[in-house]
Write a protein that binds this ligand. Structure first.
Ligand code: ADP
Ligand code: ADP
Ligand code: MG
Length: 669
């Protein structure tokens, strides 16, 4: 076995590979760019080499530098991960010529299979069904029109180089072709450096089902069953599972055998994946073969108890596959969600920023492959995928529920991610029923939101969670203020409340709390429904809350903005406004603001005493600047400006006792 290898990648996959290496006593060398000098993969590896600038072209894609680093650091092999150089035959070749082992298939197999036309030709030779279309490069619009007439609309224009769903365009009628062709070619040129495209029939509402294979240098080839990856946005997967509800034993055997046949024909070794689409009549068609480890490999590992990276390493080191096809056992069900820095409400646009708080879920049968920690910077240079969360269960429903609870407990602050979006998918009734197809998101979601309303009970849970926290928080602060109030006097309304009005979007809930803060056991009425609730020990600022409601544990994410509390649970996100019945009389006539805070008002985020005012009327202020100091809980806290602007008026005065939500000053924007 190798003593030391270089990992030519970054993020969660670099860390994933390091983990297997550690178990196998293989030392690791990480590579990194200037933007990644403090990244997790650099810390986890035994050694690390700086490659160059932040841009991939200056670092992770510079073949010579990577090979040079491997040689200088006495590595025997290079693992390319996925993305970057993993499917670059020239790189694989260069690695071998340098006397190193490329942990992946032979360069020739990468070259053939990476070309969608060549691989389709090979698939035909091997007897795999392919999507009807044309197996040659096309550029002429007349030629495409003629082919479209033959195969019938809708058609799909696809890049020959292909990958990551880039460049593909659907054409539903001939009038659309001109524009779609230009768009497809433009994107293809940008992504792959050429504009070679081909045409296939577009299969309506298909499922994406793929077969994981393993091959060694001695002609042994086995498959590890299928993964279903039908939940996609922009032709890119975000939720994957195995097995697939659409695949029975006989179909699995048929697809598995064909995948192995193709790998044999290609002279394949290492792990690889043969992708198919499955139409509504159980016909399947070959799409492409990915000649690398795949993002979604964890679900296969969870049901087979195999380590695919370990297998890659063994095979690359010249060992035969240690198990036979008959010995592969698949147990239970596993589902994975990809966590990406992207905004589902804005067309899945990538987001950037710093991870300010990070807490990953833990637990039996929960797996988190992550490349980030608190303090990590997410920038524009690399893939937006940050982590993957996978859960295993005896049944699909067990694994789904466990993944939902894991996502409820996955806390990433500072950047916008798709955590709640993926959770919403997992909670959609159609997903639960297993009615999956590649247009699932388009059909069931709009602007990142489910098209159907969430179940009332879930909203009740959320309303009671935010109210409990608000209630305890108010009481904690009041208690701490007692000595001060005795001196200064005049904190308004200091008697304990147990009756609240809560507004969350279009719903209004009336809550009654019975219980005492110290006992942690409550009876809570939400409208006419009664719930028994056990709370944890309350902290003043509880961002992650675990409640036992009617004997079942539930996790919530919370963010406080005075009496506005944002909560997330099972993919539902809401800002709740909490009022005492007296405040409610006034509040309910107020126009509901879309935003949590009105931009031109600075409100007190907590009850307390104003001890300092740092600005005057007419002064210019900047977002984040501390404007007013409030004392509460024996601590002074600054209230920062939410915006850039000018102080229009100062309402608060030093020595004044204020309640949550009181206006401290106003801005002119
Ligand atoms: P699959 O999921 O079938 O492996 P995808 O194309 O959806 O295929 O995912 C692989 C892609 O994921 C790569 O081509 C790359 O763009 C992207 N990717 C995600 N995370 C990383 C990473 N850490 N390093 C490099 N590429 C990554
Ligand atoms: P990439 O190399 O970008 O991964 P693929 O050929 O694997 O390209 O296709 C990616 C996705 O695009 C598939 O999972 C599927 O959702 C969709 N797709 C590809 N070809 C077709 C087709 N002929 N009909 C319908 N959907 C398709
Ligand atoms: Mg693909």
């Amino acid at each position: 076995m190798f003593e030391k290898i270089l990992i030519a990648n970054r993020g969660e996959i670099a860390i994933r590979i390091i983990q297997s290496c550690k178990r196998m006593d293989i030392r690791t060398v990480a590579v990194y760019s200037e933007a990644d000098s403090r990244s997790l993969h650099v810390l986890e590896a035994d050694e690390a080499v700086l490659l160059g600038g932040a841009k991939s072209e200056e670092s992770y894609l510079v073949k010579e530098k990577i090979i040079d680093a491997a040689l200088k650091h006495n590595c025997q092999a290079i693992h390319p991960g996925y993305g970057f150089l993993s499917e670059n035959p020239e790189f694989a070749e260069m690695v071998s010529l340098a006397g190193l082992v490329f942990i992946g298939p032979p360069a020739s197999a990468i070259a053939t299979l990476g070309d969608k036309i060549a691989s389709k030709a090979m698939a035909i030779r091997t007897g795999l069904p392919i999507v009807p279309g044309h197996t040659g490069v096309l550029s002429d619009i007349e030629e495409i029109l003629a082919i479209a007439e033959q195969i019938g609309y809708p058609i799909l224009l696809k890049p020959v180089a292909g990958g990551g769903g880039k460049g593909m365009r659907i054409v539903t009628k001939k009038e659309e072709l001109g524009y779609a062709l230009e768009a497809c070619k433009g994107e293809t040129r940008k992504a792959f450096g050429d504009d070679k495209i081909f045409v296939e029939r577009y299969i309506a509402h298909p499922r994406h089902v793929e077969i994981q294979i393993i091959a060694d240098y001695y002609g042994n080839i086995i498959h590890l069953g299928e993964r279903e990856c039908s939940i996609q946005r922009r032709y890119q997967k975000i939720i994957e599972e195995t097995p697939s509800m659409a695949v029975d034993d006989s179909l699995r055997q048929k697809m598995g055998k064909m995948a192995c046949d193709l790998a044999r024909e290609a002279g394949y070794s290492s792990v690889g994946t043969v992708e198919f689409i499955l139409d509504t009549e159980q016909n399947f068609y070959f799409l492409e073969m990915n000649t690398r480890l795949q993002v979604e490999h964890p679900v296969t590992e969870m049901i087979t108890s195999l380590d695919l990276v370990e297998l890659q390493l063994l095979i690359a080191a010249g060992e035969p596959i240690p198990i036979r096809q008959e010995e592969v056992s698949m147990k239970g069900w596993a589902i994975e969600a990809r966590i990406c820095a992207e905004d589902p409400s804005r067309g899945f646009m990538p987001t950037t920023g710093m991870v300010t708080r990070y807490f990953a879920p833990r637990g039996k049968h929960i797996r988190v492959d992550s490349g980030i920690k608190a303090g990590s910077l997410v920038n524009i240079y690399y893939d937006p995928m940050l982590a993957k969360v996978a859960a295993w269960g005896e049944t699909r429903e067990d694994s789904r529920k466990l993944l939902v609870s894991a996502l409820n407990g996955y806390h990433i602050e500072g950047i916008i991610t798709n955590v709640h979006f993926t959770n919403a998918i997992l909670n959609h009734p159609a997903f639960i029923r297993g009615e999956l197809h590649t247009d699932f998101i388009e059909e069931h979601f709009e602007d990142g939101q489910m098209k159907i309303a969430p179940p009332q009970e879930r909203l009740h849970y959320m309303a009671l969670a935010v109210t409990l926290v608000y209630h305890n928080r108010q009481n904690l602060v009041r208690d701490s203020l007692k000595p001060m109030v005795a001196q200064v006097g005049g904190i308004p309304d200091s008697k304990t409340l147990n009756h609240y009005m809560v507004r969350g979007e279009n719903d209004i809930f009336e809550l009654r709390l019975e219980g005492v803060q110290t006992s942690r056991t409550w009876t809570i009425w939400v409208n006419k429904n009664q719930y028994q609730v056990i709370t944890p020990e309350f902290a003043f600022y509880q961002r992650r809350l675990k409640l036992k409601i009617n004997d079942e544990s539930h996790r919530f994410h919370l963010q406080y903005h005075g009496n506005f509390i944002w909560a997330a649970y099972c993919g539902i996100t809401r800002t709740f406004e909490i009022y005492s019945p007296r405040e409610w009389k006034l509040a309910k006539y107020m126009p509901r603001s879309k935003k949590m805070v009105l931009d031109n008002i600075l409100r007190s985020p907590m009850p307390g005493l104003v001890v300092d005012i740092k600005v005057k009327k007419g002064e210019r202020v900047y977002r984040g600047q501390e404007l007013i100091i409030i004392e509460a809980m024996k601590m002074e806290s600054g209230v920062a400006s939410p915006c850039d602007g000018e102080v229009q008026d100062v309402m608060a005065c030093i020595g004044q006792a204020v309640e949550t939500g009181d206006t401290l000053l106003t801005f002119r924007l």
